[in-house]
Design a binder for this molecule. Structure first.
Ligand code: HEM
Length: 127
């Protein structure tokens, strides 16, 4: 049985998500495919938005909802071209981050399943 999503936050806490998302974003500015999509003057803001979303989604405090409202992830990603290749690169960088921060096996598997499905759901261009 996979670990339920709302049990991830109690296991890895704010620090787990902070380290994970920091390790992910550290790779973005120099990534040829994804780097150009992110707001160059607001990497820190983008990092906070993803961190707060994940904390809320996986059983932690719901700061994201108060500050950003409903996630509507497909709508919020509509301005960015996300073909399969961008989705796969995003997953590669997130898998690198999961390995780098050594999240324990069970919560890491639950996070990876979510990321795989959500990233596929966000594909919005052919090619
Ligand atoms: C599991 C997959 C993903 C999740 C959970 C996710 C989550 C998020 C969240 C929560 C935001 C901030 C939304 C807001 O409050 O404004 C965001 C922004 C963004 N995402 Fe994703 N995303 C995913 C996949 C992708 C992929 C595949 C791309 C590919 C290019 C991408 C590119 C971006 C960009 C460029 C932004 C704008 C940065 C910002 O200003 O916040 N995302 N994403």
């Amino acid at each position: 049985m996979p670990l339920p999503e709302n049990e991830v936050f109690p296991l890895i806490g704010e620090a787990g998500f902070e380290h994970l998302v920091a390790a992910f974003y550290r790779q973005i500015p120099t990534d040829d495919l994804l780097g150009p999509l992110y707001p160059p003057s607001d990497f820190a803001g983008a990092e906070k938005r993803l961190r707060d979303f994940l904390i809320y989604r996986f059983g932690g405090p719901d700061r994201y909802l108060h500050e950003r409202g409903s996630p509507h992830l497909r709508m919020r990603h509509a301005p960015f071209a996300i073909p399969q290749a961008a989705r796969d690169r995003w997953m590669l960088l997130m898998n690198n981050a999961l390995e780098e921060v050594r999240i324990p096996l069970e919560p890491a598997a639950t996070l990876r399943n979510f990321f795989e499905d959500a990233a596929t759901f966000l594909i919005n261009r052919r090619g």
